[in-house]
Design a protein around this ligand. Sequence first.
Ligand code: GDP
Length: 178
Amino acid sequence: SPSASGPFTVVLLGDVGVGKTALASIFAGAADSMESDSDLYGCEMFEQSMLVDGESARVTLLDMWDSQDGASWRQGRALQDGDAYIVVYSITDRTSFLRASELRIQLRRERQAHRTPIILVGNKCDLVRRREVSVNEGRACAMVFDCKFIETSAAMQHNVWPLFEGVVRQLRLRRDSA
Ligand code: GDP
């Protein structure tokens, strides 16, 4: 149905250095950077058409570059305007994992009534020897916070498209059951 095709606004959140820009550049591939709109949110914006389960969806991805500063009005806006959120940590950085939990709590506060899909992402899963956060910890955290979970490697381009496709599926499920 047309209502399930978007455009969807998907927001990338997470600590500095976890790989948000790397994930966004894979998404951006052939996408247009929407420079004119970027200033509004204090982030990079990309729009892309995705074919998921034989149905196309338009997705606008927002890569927040100031998600450190939770008090900024820009982040406040992005926390209200997203249709879905990708909360990223690095499996090599426990502090970023704790930060992801804080962001999840902050999102729940802002978005309680909206049943907004949130996906917890453990990035840099190629760096096996530097792992500080186990797969089980990631999974358990996602369960506690009632969100989906996936580990990715932007560097190896592993699980990155499955992540974005999963977001679209979650958005459709929500729309279809609305
Ligand atoms: P951001 O601050 O969240 O946007 O993080 P960046 O995308 O700028 O990535 C920070 C650093 O981590 C860069 O040097 C990236 O090349 C590196 N990086 C990002 N994703 C991965 C990954 O999946 N594996 C590895 N090994 N390095 C990554």
